[in-house]
Design a binder for this molecule. Structure first.
Ligand SMILES: [Zn+2]
Length: 340
């Protein structure tokens, strides 16, 4: 089968890979209907994050079940399924508390390489959520978005305690940031301030429910948020970048007693304890337990109440994965969908 493999920074090739087989009795094999490039794939692509090369790439997936192991009971061949970037049993104490991304039996899907024609999904019953029927083609991008970026943006909003009547600020205008705007709207936020500069991203942010746009960054961005909130700061801030600047911007943009949900994968971020001390904000974040939200998100997509697939502004055949990485690295695309 064909699959994308990163051979080193800046070097993604689609090559012939061994077809995955059932290894554990709890595995499923799915035929990937759509895969995509993640913002987090750009960290190794840019050489910022070390990896063991060559590395199969991709951790977001939606597709049709081809085969299941003998211990799989709920998932059956022929179903269309979506899963998270962590395989999880959805049964251990941590999973039952809603933190499936820290499941005691978790398996990282990125190591299995979802940018491919076929994918082995461990812990199939716990990991996968099936749609009621085979989806129409136009729903597939949105269902794929649920696998990571929507689920991650949603967790950011939940971690930031977004609720009815709140004022929310979103730091980051990648796919996760834009979908955090959508999540904030769905969770009842009254005012949603998106921090973004490029016009196409501002437009999607507004379509997803942003009421205000702030183009400034850093301290200037914080000052604008304060201006827009009677000097107080936002109730909820979602951080979806993962840099020192974005993290400090998020903490400083929250009001005392406010909540920051951080879902950008933090790289070289050091939090000054005195800033935290005086800020009086709550911090919660990490790798999103997407599985917690998947049934609800799949339902909202299936009933066409939300359209997170709009963040895919470039679709390419899997064989052109390298071009997809380049487009996201150069920010000419928000998110790239790959057709195996
Ligand atoms: Zn678990």
């Amino acid at each position: 089968m064909r699959g994308a493999v990163m051979f080193g920074p800046g070097d993604v090739r689609v090559v012939e890979r061994d077809e995955p087989r059932i290894v554990e009795a709890t595995d499923a094999i799915i035929r990937v209907s759509a895969a995509c490039v993640c913002g987090s794939d750009l960290w190794p692509y840019r050489g910022v994050e070390e990896m063991q090369w060559p590395a199969p790439m991709g951790h977001e997936y939606a597709g049709i079940v081809e085969d299941v192991g003998p211990a799989v009971e709920m998932i059956t061949p022929g179903q269309f399924v979506v899963g998270s970037f962590w395989a999880s049993d959805n049964a251990c104490e941590i999973c039952r508390a809603g933190y499936q991304s820290a499941c005691v039996n978790r398996v990282p899907m990125g190591a299995l390489g979802a940018q491919a024609e076929l994918l082995r999904v461990p812990l199939a019953d716990g990991t996968l959520v099936a749609t009621p029927d085979l989806p129409e083609d136009d729903l597939i991008p949105s269902l794929l978005a649920a696998s990571d970026v929507l689920g991650t943006g949603w967790f950011g909003a939940v971690a930031a305690e977004v609720g009815p009547g709140t004022t929310v600020a979103v730091v980051g205008d990648g796919a996760v940031g834009l979908l955090a705007v959508l999540a904030a709207r769905e969770l009842g936020a009254e005012r949603i301030i998106a921090m973004s500069r490029p016009e196409p991203r501002q437009r999607i942010a507004r379509e997803y429910g942003a009421t205000d746009i702030v183009e400034e960054r850093g301290d200037d961005g914080v000052a604008r948020i304060k201006e827009l909130t009677s000097g107080l700061g936002a109730h909820s801030v979602i951080e979806a970048v993962g840099t020192q600047e974005s993290m400090m911007q998020a903490i400083h943009a929250a009001r005392p007693g406010g909540h920051v949900g951080f879902v950008g994968v933090a790289h070289d971020v050091a939090l000054p304890a005195m800033d935290l001390f005086w800020s009086l904000v709550h911090l919660h974040g990490g790798p999103a337990p997407v599985r917690r939200f998947l049934p609800e998100l799949v339902d909202l997509i299936w009933n066409r109440q939300i359209d997170p697939g709009k963040v895919f502004d470039l679709e390419l055949p899997l064989d052109e994965a390298q071009a997809g990485y380049e487009a996201m690295d150069g920010r000419t695309a928000i998110k790239v969908l790959l057709h195996p």
